[in-house]
Every structure is written in structure tokens, then in C-alpha cells.
Design a protein around this ligand. Sequence first.
Ligand SMILES: Cc1cc2nc3c(=O)[nH]c(=O)nc-3n(C[C@H](O)[C@H](O)[C@H](O)COP(=O)(O)O)c2cc1C
Length: 161
Amino acid sequence: MNAPSASSLVFCKSIHHGNTARVAGAVCSVLGCEFVDPDAVPAVIPAGCGLLGIGSGVYYGRMHPALFAWLRKLPDAPAGTTPAFIFSTSGLPFLADLWHRPLRRLLARKGFDVVAEFTCRGFDTWGPLWLTGGLNRTHPDERDLERAGAFAEKLRDACGR
Ligand SMILES: Cc1cc2nc3c(=O)[nH]c(=O)nc-3n(C[C@H](O)[C@H](O)[C@H](O)COP(=O)(O)O)c2cc1C
């Protein structure tokens, strides 16, 4: 993965089936940047960054700890300084409000204004699900990726990226 463009910084941690990485790819192709692994870059917001995107799969009810670790290293700042968006894939995306909540709170503490959130189903073979062939076997599918692209278009237009 290459460095992101100066105007949009997108982080993604995708460790199970690469589901969230596919969503990140669809979003980044619209925003004109590439996503990075939070473990691979220092916790610094580059000058000129006008939009932060941050996403992962959901693991045991939480988004990936690497996202939190990266954000915690940033200094606290007044909320609303930089627009941000959250994205995820999970076995149970109808609970995304719950899955995203801790990250949403931490982003606010670090000075970000969470302006949009995206979620979709992700292929899940965790634990006993493996025996049944898994949950959401075909997801994210083309329709999910189109939705992710449309989500990014709206963001791009709203944030002037
Ligand atoms: C160890 C593990 C724990 C998981 N826990 C949850 C969970 O608590 N809630 C949920 O909805 N999905 C859960 N899932 C399903 C993943 O969130 C889903 O497969 C997601 O799309 C994985 O994204 P990735 O391929 O980008 O890593 C879990 C998957 C794994 C492997």
C-alpha cells in the first residue's frame, strides 16, 4: 500500500477475509487516494489532510484495536477540526451503530467531526460458522461496493475533496 494523498487519509485494518479492504478500495478509488494500515504509519495527521477515513472488520464486538491505538497517540483536540468517516464490514452490520460507537467517541475526543458512516455485510467464518460454510458468503458483493462508491461520492462532494 502506498502513502495516501495529502487531502484524504484512509486507514483500514482487514484481517479476516479482506472484506473491509475491498470496501476501502471502492471508497479510495473515488477519493483518489490509497488506504494504509494504521500499524504501518506514524500517528501524525499530515498537513493538508482534510478528511480522515477509518475502518475495519468487527472482531468480538469491536473494531480493530490498531485503529484505537493509532488514534490514542494523537493529541486531544477540540471536536470538529477535521471531518472524518467510519466504515466497517461485519457479520451483523445492522448493529453497526453499536460497533462504531467507541471509535466515534474517540474520534470526537481527538478533534474529528464524524460526518458519515458506512457499513455492509462481510463474509464471516468465525468459529462454528466455518462448519456451515460461513455467514454472508458472497459479501461484500458488487452492490455493496457500488454503495460504498456512492457513499464516497457524497463525501467527496460534501467535503470538497
Ligand atoms: C475473531 C472474529 C470475531 C468476530 N466478531 C464479530 C462480532 O462480534 N460481530 C460481528 O458482527 N461480526 C464479527 N465477526 C465477523 C467479521 O466482522 C466479518 O467477517 C468482517 O467482514 C471481517 O472483515 P475483514 O475480512 O475485513 O477482516 C468476527 C470475525 C472474526 C474472525
